[in-house]
Design a protein around this ligand. Structure first.
Ligand SMILES: Nc1nc2c(ncn2[C@@H]2O[C@H](COP(=O)(O)OP(=O)(O)OP(=O)(O)O)[C@@H](O)[C@H]2O)c(=O)[nH]1
Ligand SMILES: [Mg+2]
Length: 370
């Protein structure tokens, strides 16, 4: 039922082209006046859609799952990816694999992990040397590879990935801080129950956070909801700030939200919904319930004398309590929390249905034509 609405097509550049939009079929050429009238009609329709449009801003620290959530929403709402977008994902995937491998080799070195069986002549070492020869030293140091380079490098990457030392680096990767990169604001309009829903996704890297308040300011009075995404699975992960300070990623997520609400409080209006997603719940559950990672070792605010840090339900409750200290109930802001898994379509579908039933029902009612 849901399709990409026209405003999305025009804003994303995914439209099939003006000619297609304004033609009347083969052999029937339109006069300039007719085209002009059609454009006017289209503009009016777009304006009308924009008037009913509801906006949701996605915020959260780097890699919390904002873009993944948006992608899942697009799949659920049958918003087709254009051929160009699909092809662009190919290079993103190549780039991610390459950066992932480089990070693992870095982690391996930093932690002093040896190659498999502690040998220097193992296939992985040979693969690394062959890789350098194949694509050149400078490409090896670059943060991404061209498609042809990647395809040549792929067999060596596979050999490296089979090495037990590299696998160990993968298991221990969170103990070594990694780099982050700069990305752009991305927005997408989906048709949700007949209402155009514009979802704005801003990157969460430190450099990009100044865009958060800027975007909040631009859309002031027009934003119905801010979805703040916290990757709760990062409770035992750290990263190094530019100042050299080592910071726990979960603490950082809470700190950023607190900062935003305290320093930019005027940008959060009374009628705005603040929806907090504790995302990556799949990994979070796995760490606590299966790996039995003791949550209290990483969060000094956890009252281990009263609650069990290995009980998933109790740790979840603690996260909600911790959020309350950041967004106290007396704050004139409607707050909702959900535990989410952005990569799980059925979970995103259910969570969004819950949001609709609680938060969005009112604005959907308002927005729908009588
Ligand atoms: N296991 C798991 N992985 C997830 C989940 N959500 C996102 N990811 C993964 O986490 C990584 C980062 O997700 P993104 O959606 O790119 O994160 P982001 O918040 O957009 O990051 P920035 O744009 O850098 O701010 C990707 O590899 C996702 O596949 C989740 O719920 N569970
Ligand atoms: Mg993103």
């Amino acid at each position: 039922m849901s399709i990409l609405c026209p405003c999305a097509a025009s804003s994303s550049g995914a439209s099939s082209g003006a000619e297609a939009k304004y033609s009347v079929g083969r052999g029937n050429k339109l006069s300039a006046e007719q085209v002009s009238r059609q454009i006017d009609r289209q503009l009016k329709a777009d304006r009308e859609l924009r008037r009913h449009e509801r906006r949701i801003l996605l915020l959260g620290t780097a890699a919390s799952g904002k873009s993944t959530f948006l992608r899942s929403m697009r799949i659920i709402h049958e918003d087709r990816f254009s051929e160009q977008e699909l092809l662009s994902f190919k290079s993103v995937i190549y780039c991610n694999i390459w950066r992932g491998l480089m990070k693992l080799l870095y982690v391996k070195k930093r932690l002093g992990i040896r190659w498999e069986n502690n040998k220097t002549g193992v296939p992985a070492v040979k693969a690394l040397l062959a890789l350098e020869k194949e694509i050149g030293h400078s490409a090896l140091m670059a943060c991404g590879l061209r498609e042809d380079q990647f395809l040549r490098a792929a067999p060596f990457i596979q050999v490296l990935w089979c090495d037990a030392g590299v696998r160990e680096a993968f298991e221990r990767r969170h103990s070594v801080p990694g780099d982050e990169e700069f990305k752009d604001v991305f927005e997408k309009c989906l048709l949700y129950e007949g209402v155009p829903l514009r979802i704005i996704d801003i990157g969460g890297h430190t450099n990009e956070r100044r865009k958060w308040s800027k975007t909040l300011r631009i859309f002031q009075g027009e934003l119905q909801s801010v979805i703040y995404i916290i990757a709760c699975s990062t409770f035992n992960e750290t990263y190094t700030k530019a100042s050299g300070e080592l910071i726990n990623k979960l603490d950082e997520s809470f700190l950023c939200l607190r900062h935003l609400l305290d320093v930019k409080s005027e940008l959060f209006t009374r009628d705005m919904n603040l929806i907090v997603f504790f995302n990556k719940d799949d990994l979070f559950s796995y760490k606590i319930a299966s790996l039995r990672v003791d949550y209290s070792k990483f969060d000094s605010t956890f009252p281990a004398d009263r609650f069990d840090p290995l009980d998933l339900g109790q740790v979840r409750e603690h996260l909600i309590r911790r959020l309350t200290t950041v967004v106290p109930p007396n704050r004139q802001l409607r707050r909702y929390t959900h535990f989410t898994t952005s990569i799980d379509l059925s979970n995103v579908r259910r969570v969004f249905r819950d949001i609709r039933d609680t938060v969005m029902l009112n604005f959907l009612r308002e927005a729908l034509p009588a």
